[in-house]
Design a protein around this ligand. Structure first.
Ligand SMILES: Cc1cc2nc3c(=O)[nH]c(=O)nc-3n(C[C@H](O)[C@H](O)[C@H](O)COP(=O)(O)O)c2cc1C
Length: 188
């Protein structure tokens, strides 16, 4: 089993990264780490979009821009670490997901117009921390849940988060510990 760890928590002493490492330490699988803070990931723009559309039509995915989608499709479990930024996911994670959502690599469409998955993973874990409070069904988690449901058919989506950790007087370590305790309860 290979776990793909997509790390969008790259601030020095990141609490989110720390929580993700604690999660990964509960697994016995091989972990492949992708540090988004060190990747030169760009959102699709005029030239790259033209290429992406052309390659999708011809199913020619030799370009380097498809390496993220290929790696994602092969993983058995996906773990994403992301801090909550501007009421959403960090832009680099969004740009990464845009490339991962390449039709013909991580999903495709049948003649009836239904999406089917080309991903091996049956489980995706999102680990998030936020300075303020995050509503349970916030757009950050709903966006990932929708991609999992519609494109990748990943039914086991787990969301572990500690919010309000920058609020004055809050017991930060207590909040982080409470998340770590949930890992133990939800492992099969
Ligand atoms: C660019 C930026 C944007 C942020 N936006 C929000 C926000 O919209 N809501 C919120 O609750 N916290 C926000 N925060 C605070 C972070 O969510 C919080 O500090 C988080 O725990 C950071 O995780 P880290 O320790 O892994 O870096 C923001 C922080 C940064 C640096």
């Amino acid at each position: 089993m290979t776990v793909l760890f997509v790390n969008a928590a790259f601030r020095e002493n990141s609490r989110t990264h720390d929580l993700a490492q604690k999660y990964l330490s509960t697994l016995t699988d091989t972990v492949e780490t992708l540090n988004l803070g060190e990747e030169n990931i760009r959102p699709l723009q005029k030239a790259s979009l033209e290429q992406y559309c052309k390659d999708s039509r011809s199913h020619d995915f030799q370009d380097e821009m498809y390496r993220y989608a290929k790696q994602f499709a092969k993983a058995d479990e996906i773990v994403i670490a992301a801090p909550f930024w501007n009421f959403g996911l960090p832009a680099v994670l969004h740009a990464y997901l845009e490339l991962v959502c390449t039709q013909g690599i991580t999903f495709d469409l049948n003649e009836a117009g239904e999406y089917y998955s080309l991903c091996q993973a049956k489980k995706l874990v999102l680990i998030l921390t936020a300075g303020g409070n995050v509503p349970e069904n916030d757009c950050a988690i709903s966006y990932l849940r929708t991609l999992c449901k519609e494109f990748w058919k990943i039914e086991d989506v787990r969301y572990y988060y500690a919010d309000g950790i920058d609020l004055v007087g809050v017991d930060i370590s207590g909040k982080l510990e409470a998340v770590i305790k949930q890992y133990g309860n939800s492992q099969e």
